[in-house]
Structure formats: C-alpha cells, structure tokens
Design a protein around this ligand. Structure first.
Ligand code: MN3
Length: 228
C-alpha cells in the first residue's frame, strides 16, 4: 500500500520503481490505551499517529529528494553519513520508533500486583546479570542513562562490537547502528526520552516515566533480538 501522504500528483512525477520503496507506518501492535496506566492513550495516539507518521512522511520525501532507491532502512542508517541530514533525522525517527513500539507490551498484572516484577529470563536475563551484577543494577544504570540524556534522545541496550551488552545513549533521532554514532552496537532495547514521549502524563518528571516504563518492557522481544 502506498503511503497516504503521497498524492497521485506526487507519485506520477516519480520514476518507475520508487513507489514500492516508500516507507510505511505500521499500526501499533496493541491498542492505544493498552499500556495504561504507565503510558496514557492520548500520548500514544499523538506519538504514533502524529510524531512517528511525520518521521515516515518526511523520510519518504527526503529519500525521493536524494534519489535513494532500493535501500532498506537498516542500510540507510548504517551508511547515513552518505545522505542528507533529513534522511538521518527522519530515517532514525522511523527506525527508533518502530523498535520502541515493539519493545513494549501491555502488563495489567503489575498494576494489580506491584510486586509482580517484569524481568527478562533465559539467555538475556543471564547475560544482564553477568554484565551488570544484577537486574536491579542494570535497571538503575539504564534509568540513569535515560534520565541524563540532555535535551532529546534515546537510551539503548546494545550488543557492542565485542559481543558484550552495553548501555548508552544517542542524541536526537540518531541510533547505535548509524555510522556517525559515537555509541555503536546492535540494539536490544530502546527507550524514547524525548519530552513528547511522556510530557502529557509526567510533565517534567522524566525519571517517573522511566521508572514506570519498566513495567511494560517486552522482554520476549528483547530476548529475540539478543539471540539473533
Ligand atoms: Mn518519540
């Protein structure tokens, strides 16, 4: 399906082959209110339908303007230094948010039982414990990293070039697979700490947003990424 932001006029002016390359915004893998009470419905609606949609629309325009065809979003990010800054900002925006939505899941159980910890098990759980001593230490370190991002950006758990788990951050919509990124690796977990991700519910309290986010981390998805 073609992206709805592209009018027929726009498409008829492009070379054959380009329309199939247009990037699309997938629906959320759950309802807009499914992450409540940790992330509210209105924030999810605006964040997905307005912010993420805008990154996708602007990425499509940037890709057309730069005449980039037949390149996957991963490959665009990996070679992003070759492209205009609009490709970097909007390609990163699309990549990061796609990962962010998949990296969360509803967790009503923890509302009913606050003691019901949402923790990774299996190989990823073991690796986190071995690198960070305990899951609690890992959470503290990751939360601090997210809290300390100056301005807008992302916190990440990645597998670095030595095959080891590492926590870090990127500014704006950069991500760890970008060739221009100082912090590099294969992402396992992504946390959006832009104000638009939390301001309606949490206002200036980014640390509270992060603390609640742990309840809805999709560890099965993270484990899949880790084992791949
Ligand atoms: Mn965002």
């Amino acid at each position: 399906m073609l992206n709805k932001s592209f009018s027929k006029e726009t498409l008829s002016m492009t070379e054959p082959g380009i329309p199939e390359d247009i990037f699309k915004l997938d629906p959320l893998p759950y309802a807009y209110d499914a992450l409540e009470p940790y992330i509210d419905k209105q924030t999810m609606e605006i964040h997905h339908d307005k912010h993420h949609q805008a990154y996708v629309d602007k990425l499509n325009k940037a890709v057309l303007d730069a005449k980039i065809t037949g390149v996957s979003l991963d490959d665009i990010c990996k070679n992003v230094s070759k492209y205009p800054v609009a490709v970097r900002n909007n390609g990163g925006g699309h990549y990061n948010h796609t990962m962010f939505w998949k990296g969360m899941k509803p967790n009503a159980a923890s509302v009913l039982s606050p003691a019901n910890q949402n923790e990774p098990s299996g190989k990823l759980g073991d690796a986190i414990k071995s690198v960070f001593d305990s899951f609690a230490n890992f959470k503290t370190k990751f939360s601090e990293t997210g809290t300390k991002v100056f301005g807008s950006g992302w916190a990440w758990l990645v597998i670095n070039k030595d095959g080891k788990l590492e926590i870090g951050s990127t500014p704006n919509q950069d991500n760890p697979i970008m060739d221009i990124s100082e912090f590099k690796g294969n992402p396992i977990l992504a946390l959006d700490v832009w104000e638009h991700a939390y301001y309606l519910k949490y206002q200036n309290k980014r640390a509270d947003y992060i603390s609640n986010w742990w309840n809805i981390v999709n560890w099965e998805e993270a484990a899949k990424r880790f084992e791949k």
